[in-house]
Design a protein around this ligand. Structure first.
Ligand code: BJW
Length: 224
């Protein structure tokens, strides 16, 4: 049985990291267009760095929860059979012991040079004038995927979806593409589909089955 699992912000919510679209979520506090688009970065780099510096500090203070640990156990128990794709830029799946994670929206702990494409471990605090250690250009940005940019590792994800027997989405609202389209893609290739979420997502109707409730309860119960 080949399983593809997609996770979103809901899986890290009970670790204290805010979701985006829930009431009081990140997009209630920040204007998405200013902090999560290339145009926003071009307009005010200091603001965007401050946004990600704060989230990096929150990530480093957070701990993986029972849902991250359950998914790591599942991957360890079925070597090579479970593809874990996350939209999250936190490192909680890796810290829970997941052997492999496809981070399609990038990683908070990586810096990227917009001039030469060099990547390196992000310091705790990044600023608009930080030079790239490879080319020296002051074009440092967080290595994350903003609206209008191409998510990472899509060929790998598409291959996994085409070969999946089961697709499971956990803690994601189904509001952002291409991830929101994975359920249809997997189903078109014959996979069964399961949504695990606090409440029905925007694409809930596309799933065969649902488990609703907090991830720290529903995910360990599903994995067991
Ligand atoms: C719990 C819980 C608990 C709470 N237990 N559950 C029109 C149609 C189709 C597409 C487009 C369109 N117009 C524009 C587009 C494209 C655009 C898009 O989708 N826009 C939409 C707004 C419509 N997408 C893009 O631009 C993407 N790129 C792209 O499409 O490139 C072209 C291309 C790709 C592939 C093939 C061909 C072409 C890039 C998207 C980049 C998203 N970036 C962000 C920010 C950067 C990273 C960061 O700062 O963190 O990524 S946006 C933000 O949303 C973040 C997340 O990864 C992403 C998804 O959010 P998520 O994880 O679903 O969180 P929430 O808050 O929305 O939901 C949380 C869920 O958890 C809820 O359901 C809760 O109920 C639940 N929950 N507590 C279990 N305890």
């Amino acid at each position: 049985m080949r399983i593809v699992i997609l996770t979103g912000a809901g899986v890290s919510a009970e670790s204290g990291l805010g979701t985006f679209r829930d009431v009081g979520g990140v997009w209630d506090q920040y204007d998405l267009a200013r902090v999560a688009t290339p145009e926003g970065f071009a307009r005010d780099r200091a603001l965007v760095h401050a946004f990600y510096n704060e989230r990096r500090a929150n990530m480093r203070a957070a701990r993986p929860n029972a849902a991250h640990h359950a998914l790591a156990r599942l991957q360890q128990a079925r070597p090579g059979a479970v593809t874990l794709v996350t939209q999250n830029i936190d490192d909680l799946h890796l810290r829970a012991g997941s052997p492999e994670v496809i981070a399609m929206h990038g990683a908070l702990d990586q810096a990227l040079c917009a001039a030469c494409g060099h990547r390196w471990p992000a310091p705790a605090v990044m600023g608009p004038d930080d030079p790239c250690p490879a080319c020296g250009a002051p074009e440092t940005r967080p290595d994350v995927v903003w609206f209008g940019e191409m998510p990472y590792h899509m060929e790998r994800v598409d291959r996994a979806l085409a070969g999946a027997d089961l697709f499971v989405a956990i803690g994601t609202s189904g509001a952002v593409y291409p991830a929101a389209g994975f359920v249809a893609e997997a189903a078109a290739h014959g996979a069964g589909t399961l949504e695990i979420n606090l409440a029905p997502s925007d694409v809930a109707d596309a799933f065969d089955r649902h488990h609703f409730g907090p991830a720290t309860q529903t995910v360990p119960a599903w994995v067991a």
